[in-house]
Ligand binder design. Structure first.
Ligand SMILES: [Zn+2]
Length: 145
């Protein structure tokens, strides 16, 4: 790995939005972008899966570009790209590994295999190498500032 990316820290309310988005799109895959600083997520963009598929996702390039620009304008970083796995565990598929085009951001996967208890996995993927990262959920009452 070129650079060791920080673990992911996500506020509970944003995580709930992500779960809600995945459930709305079910049984299709949902996808989106998480922005923040040094792994600490402050913003979630739910995106459209133009593939309308339950086994893969693709964001509309122009929408993706617009979000990337907004993230840059706000002085944030592209922390992670998320998508859901409606029927499989929260681990990257071969396709996910092959299409990890942003090695400076993590891949976050939400699995709805157990519908009531979504499972998460965060990964740094670079040149076919996969490294699991920790996910810390920040509750409202623990939030500093
Ligand atoms: Zn996947």
């Amino acid at each position: 790995m070129k650079k060791n990316l920080p673990d992911l820290e996500i506020p509970e309310d944003l995580l709930n939005k992500l779960i809600e988005h995945a459930r709305q799109e079910y049984p299709l895959e949902s996808c989106g972008i998480l922005a923040g600083k040094e792994g600490k997520i402050t913003k979630l963009y739910s995106m459209e899966n133009t593939q309308k598929s339950s086994s893969c996702y693709l964001m509309a390039p122009e929408e993706q570009l617009r979000v990337f620009q907004e993230i840059e304008e706000e002085g944030l970083e592209l922390s992670a790209i998320y998508h859901s796995h409606p029927h499989s565990p929260p681990f990257p598929s071969q396709r996910d590994v092959d299409s990890a085009f942003y090695p400076d951001s993590l891949i976050l996967i939400i699995s709805l295999m157990e519908k009531k208890v979504p499972q998460f996995g965060a990964f740094q993927i670079e040149k076919g190498k996969v490294e699991k990262k920790a996910i810390k959920v920040i509750g409202k009452d623990e939030k500093v500032s």
